[in-house]
Every structure is written in C-alpha cells, then in structure tokens.
Design a protein around this ligand. Structure first.
Ligand code: IDP
Ligand code: MG
Length: 139
C-alpha cells in the first residue's frame, strides 16, 4: 500500500557546504511536507547498517566512510506519490546524468557525494524513516 511518504537524507557534503536551507526549499517548493526532521552524525557502524543492501558493491566501504564523515539531515516527507515524485525531484544517482531542475543537478559533487538520498520504495521509506525516527515517538 502506498503511504504517500518517503525518506530523505541531506548528505555530509551538502551539509558541510551550507546547502541544508537550499535543499529543504527545493523539497518544499516541490510540494512535499516535512513530517520529521533532524541533524545527526552517523557512526561508521550505523552508516553500514543503513546501506547494508549495498554491502557487496565495490563502493560500499567508501560510501560508509563518506556517510559517517560529517553530520547529515534526515527527514520524512509527505506528498501524493511521494517515493516516485521524490526520485524525480532528486535526479539520477550520477549528477552528470541528472536532469536540469533536480536537486542533484544543482548540488551534487560526484556519484558518491551526490547531496541527497531518496527511498526507492514504500517499504524502504518506512524502514529508513524508522531507522532515524522510530525512537522519537514519545515526543
Ligand atoms: P541512489 O542513491 O540514487 O538510490 P544507489 O544505487 O542506491 O543510488 O546507491 C546508493 C549511494 O551509493 C548513492 O547515492 C551514492 O552515494 C553511492 N554510489 C552509488 N553508485 C556509486 C558508484 O558507482 N561509486 C561511488 N558511489 C556510488
Ligand atoms: Mg538507492
């Protein structure tokens, strides 16, 4: 069942370069409501867990190092057709192939340091949102 929610992270390079505001503005202007939001730094262990599906890929070790190299901003977003529409808004994984008007086209530096994460399915949006926010429910 589509939940109309997706999950995003603003990655360490974009946080380091002061693009939190610019990226959140593109997200809001893209029609997404920010449901939950926080800035945190992942340990290498937690980054490894988050990207566990990629552990056999050649870039996994570098990705874990990069994603734990500085703070990230995690958010749950809401919109009709959220998962697919957010993938459209962020653009291709490799910024060299990202369409004009996408977040990665504007802010990504490389295929690894590509500014933002976006969930690839409703199930993963739920799992990834819970990874950061499930323990916050007492608020
Ligand atoms: P996605 O973020 O567009 O869904 P995935 O294939 O799920 O792309 O890869 C997860 C993340 O791993 C990417 O966002 C990027 O940071 C990194 N990554 C993907 N492919 C490569 C690569 O070929 N070299 C280095 N890093 C990569
Ligand atoms: Mg992915």
């Amino acid at each position: 069942m589509a939940t109309n929610r997706t999950f995003t992270m603003i990655k360490p390079d974009a946080v380091q370069d002061n693009h939190i505001g610019g990226i959140l503005q593109m997200i809001e202007e893209g029609g997404f409501r920010i449901v939950s939001l926080k800035k945190v730094q992942l340990t290498a262990e937690r980054a490894g867990q988050f990207y566990e599906v990629h552990k056999e890929r050649p870039f996994y070790g570098d990705l874990v190092k990069y994603m734990s190299s500085g703070p990230i901003v995690a958010a749950i977003l809401e919109k009709d057709n959220a998962v697919a529409d957010f993938r459209t808004l962020i653009g291709a994984t490799n910024p060299a192939q990202a369409a004009d008007g996408t977040i990665r086209k504007k802010y990504a530096k490389s295929i690894e340091a590509n500014a933002v994460h976006g969930s690839d399915s409703d199930d993963n949006a739920q799992i990834e949102g819970d990874f950061y926010f499930a323990a916050d429910e007492q608020f």
